[in-house]
Design a protein around this ligand. Structure first.
Ligand code: NAP
Length: 258
């Protein structure tokens, strides 16, 4: 075997090894429960209550139900009382946990003082910032959006301001208790250029970075762990309990726990 041949065999082996490791790491996404076995008490150890925004249907409803199945009381929030009541009944009957309903429209200004009032006596261990909206049903270029000014206000209020404000309401309690988990539902769209959804993508991008560091700064003495979460994959591939396992896998308590 000459030197050149040995070089190519070595190169081939390195490439195969590289992709084998990548495949192994990718299997963490496909089989989260296998890689990150979740203790039954993990979520309840954070606190008594979980708050989920946009929980009358879809992913938010699934989180609320999954967290209640894990023994948490849940606060569910959205605009439609009748749908929230149905979900509350469903969760209560299925799990025996207490469900509190808050009806609100996050697009509106000045809704947060009332929400703060309703949450003030609860020991909230988990916040799922799930609510999110698209600028319109039909994908369109940014400048071609109908009522652009109004659309910007709606999307920013619902997708960004709500998250920041909910953190402002919930974090002080977590900070005091020295523990808590915040799950921010972002989107796969935030990670790639997406021409016909730029406003939505920009709003979702904000969820994965600045709040993460802001929250860490604000809570440097606690174990609060904001968890940016890409839902493109989550909604397609994950069961309810696997969604929770992924939150657990991404949970990183800061080193300076009180
Ligand atoms: N589904 C996906 O494939 C996917 C992919 C990427 C990211 N996401 C993100 O995942 C999150 C949930 O998506 P989803 O598909 O589960 O949504 P969905 O099925 O449309 O549910 C949205 C929830 O938010 C509530 N909501 C909407 N606008 C609201 C407002 N202005 N104020 C208060 N509540 C409001 C809705 O209830 P009411 O109508 O009763 O208010 C509903 O409970 C969103 O942040 C979305 O951007 C989803």
């Amino acid at each position: 075997m000459d030197l050149m041949e040995m070089f190519f065999i070595f190169l081939g082996a390195v490439v195969v090894l590289y992709y084998a490791v990548k495949l192994l790491l990718f299997s963490r996404i496909l089989f989260p429960k296998l890689w990150f076995p979740l203790s039954k008490t993990f979520f309840t150890s954070m606190g008594e209550w979980a708050v989920v925004t946009g929980a009358s249907e879809g992913i938010g409803r699934a989180y609320a139900l999954a967290l209640a199945e894990r023994g948490m009381n849940v606060v569910i929030m959205s605009r439609t009382r009748i749908r929230l009541d149905m979900v509350a009944k469903e969760i209560g009957e299925a799990t025996g946990q207490t469900v509190k309903v808050i009806t609100t429209d996050f697009v509106n200004e000045n809704v947060f003082s009332e929400i703060e009032d309703q949450l003030k006596d609860l020991n909230v261990g988990i916040l799922v910032n799930n609510v999110g909206m698209l600028p319109g049903v039909v994908p369109s270029r940014y400048l071609d959006c109908e009522d652009l000014d109004q659309t910007i206000t709606k999307v920013v209020n619902c997708n960004v301001k709500t998250l920041v404000k909910m953190c402002k309401i919930i974090l002080p309690g977590m900070d005091k208790r020295g523990k808590g988990l915040i799950v921010n539902i972002s989107s796969g769209i935030a990670s790639i250029p997406f021409p016909l959804y730029t406003l939505y993508a920009a709003s979702k991008k904000t969820l994965s970075n600045p709040l993460y560091s802001t929250s860490e700064l604000e809570t440097e003495q606690t174990a609060v762990s904001p968890t940016p979460f890409w839902v493109g994959y989550c909604s397609i591939f994950l069961s309810r309990s696997s969604m929770l396992t992924c939150c657990y896998a991404a949970y990183k308590p800061t080193s300076r726990v009180k």
